[in-house]
Design a protein around this ligand. Structure first.
Ligand code: SAH
Length: 257
């Protein structure tokens, strides 16, 4: 794999962790989009249970907690992210209603049909959209909701540079229609789908990284992995700017029947 086309997933875990611990979100999104997605779900009371899978440091979870009345368990592979998640929940007076737990999305620590809401922003790609839809469904009660964001193609055809980038980083990337079919085939009614507005990438994701990148490079001067990581993120931001008409993040909200 050449450097230009390497993806964030190829870098050292600890460095990634340190880099992303410095920003509110570890993927594109915004408080407005989280609340808009939540508005397509209903029927929850304070006994309801939500799992936020691949929660990161909890940027979206704390917003979700303002509209979801029940228990929220954030699950993430990285203990450092869960520590920051719990610290944030405590600071906001949400702990332990909102609580983090180290775990893998490949073996979730929930019983069958115990969850009312399954949430996952910018993370289902780690298991793959189709597999996540299928495997996570058993944890949801009938009538429960799933809401995930996933990078998606907006068109059937696209310029070669961006096509090659995504096919290398995440070959399973699909069109919105393709993902909706996967959701429906997995046994959900697709209740809503919307494209995350551009500011979810710019204002809420790439922009906050700019100041952080300078500090990170200073701290890790001479470390090729660190400079590659920053260059990789800058490259992704440039690609987004050029090719945003062809892809973006999409919120998929479904109801288990
Ligand atoms: N939801 C957050 C973070 C998205 S980044 C946000 O939108 O800001 C993707 C997250 O998935 C990272 O925090 C990463 O640690 C986590 N992750 C990656 N593989 C995972 C796995 N197998 N199980 C659980 N979490 C995982």
């Amino acid at each position: 794999m050449d450097k230009e086309n390497s993806s964030i997933h190829d870098f050292d875990f600890n460095l990634i962790c340190e880099y992303y611990s410095g920003i509110d979100r570890q993927g594109p999104g915004s408080p407005e989009s989280t609340l808009l997605a939540l508005s397509f779900t209903d029927g929850f009371d304070d006994r309801a249970h939500c799992a936020d899978i691949g929660c990161g440091t909890g940027g979206q979870t704390m917003v979700l907690a303002s509209g979801f009345p029940g228990q929220i368990t954030g699950i993430d592979l990285f203990p450092a992210f869960i520590d920051l998640f719990d610290a944030q929940a405590s600071q906001l007076g949400l702990f332990p209603r909102v609580k983090g737990q180290v775990g893998s999305m490949e073996s979730l620590p929930f019983g069958d049909e115990t969850l009312d809401l399954l949430w996952s922003e910018g993370a289902i790609y780690n298991i793959g959209f189709e597999r996540g839809m299928r495997e996570w469904k058993r944890f949801l009660k009938p009538g429960g909701f799933i809401a995930v964001t996933e990078a998606s193609w907006f068109t059937n055809e696209r310029p070669e540079e961006i096509n090659a980038f995504w096919n290398d980083a995440y070959p399973q990337i699909d069109t919105i229609a393709g993902n909706l079919a996967k959701m429906q085939n997995a046994g959900y009614v697709p209740v809503a789908t919307f494209i995350l507005p551009e500011n979810c990438w710019t204002e809420h994701f790439y922009k906050p990284q700019e100041a952080l990148q300078k500090e990170f490079l200073k701290k890790h001067q001479g470390n090729a992995t660190a400079s590659d990581l920053v260059e990789n993120q800058r490259h992704e931001a440039r690609l987004y700017d050029v090719y945003k008409a062809f892809y973006g993040y999409v919120f998929y909200i479904g109801k288990k029947i």
